[in-house]
Structure formats: structure tokens, C-alpha cells
Design a protein around this ligand. Structure first.
Ligand code: SME
Length: 167
């Protein structure tokens, strides 16, 4: 199954979501609760965002990510070493990864047989990698430049909160 959402529809939806994320960020909730809400909001609002989560750089481990707030099915991948899978590669290279078809990837950690595509973006705080935004989709090729730009903004707004819950 593939899905192509028109650019203007995405732009409207993402602009609205950034406003709502701003409200969450400036609410009186705890940092962890805010990040939980952001994940839930994205998963509920974007039809092809089937799993939405943050992986956080574990300060107590050697080059390792640990699962943070997420929305969607539980995953076996609680800890991911730098270099392993899409998340680990993003941690190592500090680049965005837009994988339109995960079946074509050699270095990929599968969470579920339903996942067909994935987008991972590094999150920076005070110039350093602090976490990643990770989205899994059940359709092939759903992501466009609009998703990437939107999720970069989500990363910027989430970074101070992620710094507060990083251990
Ligand atoms: N697929 C990811 C693992 C994390 S799950 O998608 C939640 C990867 O290859 O790094």
C-alpha cells in the first residue's frame, strides 16, 4: 500500500500541529508528560505516522540510545547502539534518514512486520546530539520534504524537554 498526501494538505496539517505542540510545550505539565502528548498528538493526527517516539542518548552508557516517550505498539528495541539500525546510523552520522521502503535496507532493526517505511531525525541541544525523533509507517513512500521540515521543527521544540529527562 502506498499513500501520497497532497502537499497543501500536509502543509496545513503540519502548521496546525506546530501550534498545538507550542501549547503543549508551554503548558504546566511535566517534561515527560509533554513529550508523551507530543507523540500521541502526532500519531493521532497524521494517518501514516503509526509509531512515534523519541530515542534519547544514554549518558550512563557508551554510545547507546535508550527508548524515551513514544506512542504506538511496544517495541523490543529499548536500547540501540550507535551504528545499529536506522536509529543507530542517524546517531553516528548526525543525518536525517528517510527510508521509504525498509525492505531495501540492510542495516535495519524491525519492530513489526507491518512497518514499511521509517523517518529518523537527530535532535540537538546546545550543539550536541541529545536524542532522535523516530516515526514508523505502515505504508511505503509516505514521507516527503514537508515531513522532514516539520519533524525538524518538532525536534527543535522537543529538545529542551528531552534535555530535562535525559539521564
Ligand atoms: N527501526 C528502527 C528501530 C526502532 S523502531 O522502529 C521503534 C531502526 O532500524 O533503528
Amino acid at each position: 500500500m502506498t499513500l501520497q498526501v497532497p502537499v497543501q494538505e500536509k502543509q496545513r496539517l503540519f502548521a496546525d500541529l506546530l501550534l498545538r505542540i507550542g501549547e503543549i510545550v508551554f503548558s504546566s505539565l511535566l517534561p515527560r508528560e509533554k513529550l508523551d502528548f507530543v507523540c500521541q498528538l502526532l500519531r493521532q493526527s497524521v494517518a501514516y505516522y503509526n509509531w512515534v517516539g523519541f530515542y534519547i542518548v544514554d549518558l550512563k552508557a557508551e554510545r547507546e540510545l535508550v527508548l524515551g516517550p513514544f506512542a504506538g505498539e511496544p517495541t523490543d528495541h529499548i536500547r540501540i547502539k550507535f551504528g545499529e539500525g536506522i536509529c543507530g546510523q542517524a546517531a553516528e552520522t548526525l543525518k536525517n534518514y528517510v527510508i521509504q521502503d525498509v525492505s531495501a535496507e540492510g542495516n535495519y532493526l524491525s519492530c513489526s512486520i507491518h512497518v514499511k517505511s521509517e523517518i529518523v531525525l537527530p535532535v540537538f541541544h546546545e550543539g550536541k546530539l541529545i536524542a532522535e525523533v523516530d516515526i514508523d509507517s505502515h505504508v511505503i513512500s509516505p514521507f516527503s520534504a514537508e515531513d522532514e521540515r516539520f519533524l525538524e521543527q518538532v525536534a527543535i521544540r522537543s529538545a529542551p524537554l528531552l534535555a530535562q529527562i535525559q539521564q
